[in-house]
Design a protein around this ligand. Structure first.
Ligand code: NAP
Length: 278
């Protein structure tokens, strides 16, 4: 019988997840289908009952349900517990288990362009929201030389550092302070929504003081080439766009559900095609 998968969120109409997952199911000859479901906040409990009753094998979870869905699942894997958020649910027998593949997805995409291990690098992250938490808690497991965080709301960055209390090489900075000491970092990771469509001219911080060897990552993927990445390229810096994280986290969910390895490069080209190569 055809196995069913999906994504729940709101808004969800423009999700690219059905395109990449259905292509991977087809390419691997797996008899399954992946569908996007719009679920309002007050319908989440009913939606999870529906997932159980209809026998869906796996779902992705996006805004606004990543935290609230945890109350409706049977078990939360360590990957999601540490983040306090779930982006992937897998049916395991008659139980629904929550996972989070965002942090690992980002690190997988980053490792494709780094030429040194994380333990030999110093990081700056701009932002302290949900995606930032996933990236911070995953990277500090490999004990980087330093991992500083700057954010518009300093208090939120301080709270984020408390999610990995044993990691000490972390400082919380204002955006201005971070700009002034940018030459200290090997990897600069932008995780806020600044520069996202339609505000594509906005830039989260100036790269003026970045070292010529620095790598600049932006997890925003619409547009793919954000103003921050354009500035980095103009300065001759290495860059990583947000499509990498998007497809790697999706590929990790796909593997959890099916045990099969999807073609990540094909997933990437579908996303780039849908975004019009922007
Ligand atoms: P979130 O939890 O709502 O966090 C938003 C972050 O953006 C906070 O640090 C917030 O700062 C900051 N921010 C928002 N508006 C700002 C502004 N005008 N000026 C300065 N800072 C601002 O969101 P999220 O889920 O982490 O997502 C953040 C971005 O990452 C989104 O663009 C999302 O599309 C993208 N994302 C990409 C992937 C991927 O796979 N590539 C995955 C997840 C998310 P305050 O704390 O001061 O409010």
């Amino acid at each position: 019988m055809k196995k069913l998968y999906g994504v729940i969120g709101n808004p969800i109409a423009h999700s690219m997840s059905p395109d990449i997952h259905n292509a991977a199911l087809k390419d691997l000859g797996l008899d399954g289908h992946y569908h996007a479901f719009k679920v309002e906040e007050d319908s989440l409990e009913d939606a999870v009952k529906g997932i159980r009753a209809l026998g869906l094998q796996g779902i992705n979870v996006t805004v606004p349900h990543k935290v609230s869905i945890m109350d409706h699942l049977d078990h939360i894997d360590e990957s999601a517990k540490v983040l306090g958020a779930v982006n992937t649910v897998r049916r395991e027998g008659d139980k629904l288990v929550g996972y989070n593949t965002d942090g690992e997805g980002f690190v997988k995409s980053l490792m494709r362009i780094l030429d040194k291990p994380i333990s030999e690098l110093s990081f700056l992250m701009i932002g302290a929201g949900g995606a930032a938490r996933a990236i911070f808690t995953t990277i500090v497991r490999d004990n980087p030389e330093k991992f500083d965080i700057c954010n518009r709301t300093i208090e939120k960055a301080k709270q984020l550092t408390e999610s990995a209390p044993s990691f000490r090489n972390v400082e919380v900075l204002s955006i201005k302070e971070a700009e002034e000491r940018l030459e200290q970092y090997d990897v600069i990771i932008h995780t806020t929504s600044v520069g996202m469509y339609p505000n594509v001219e906005d830039i989260p911080l100036s790269l003026q003081r970045a070292e010529s060897s620095a790598v600049v990552c932006d997890i925003v993927y619409n547009p793919i080439q954000t103003s921050l990445l354009k500035e980095a390229k103009q300065k001759g810096l290495k860059t990583l766009d947000g499509v990498g994280m998007f497809v790697e986290q999706a590929a990790l969910s796909f593997r959890l559900w099916t045990g099969h390895e999807p073609d990540v490069e094909k997933m990437r080209s579908i996303v780039v095609g849908k975004l019009g190569g922007k």
